[in-house]
Design a protein around this ligand. Structure first.
Ligand code: SF4
Length: 86
């Protein structure tokens, strides 16, 4: 582990020890909305308004991956439209 990586430092001081470890190993992951699966129900936005929003196309989009992760990540969408990607 490279504890001097400034990107990792950000996570170290932002979170508790356990949360830091979770973020550390997933920091290269992000989320995207599969537009074909998204029906625009808005459930993810209602559950995680700081991480998700509905776009002009009526489909959800990720606006903050860290907040989406804290809200539950892929589990936010009952239609499996939120996908974790590298
Ligand atoms: S991503 Fe899922 S929960 Fe969010 S609006 Fe689309 S279908 Fe609904």
């Amino acid at each position: 582990m490279n504890w001097t990586d400034p990107e990792e430092e950000k996570y170290r001081y932002k979170s508790s020890e356990n949360k830091y470890l979770i973020l550390k190993f997933s920091k290269n992951m992000t989320y995207k909305v599969n537009k074909e699966k998204c029906i625009g129900c808005g459930l993810c936005v209602a559950t995680c308004p700081e991480g998700m929003e509905l776009g002009e196309d009526g489909k959800a989009k990720v606006i903050d991956r860290d907040k989406v992760e804290r809200c539950g990540g892929e589990a936010l969408c009952p239609y499996q439209a939120i996908e974790e990607v590298k």
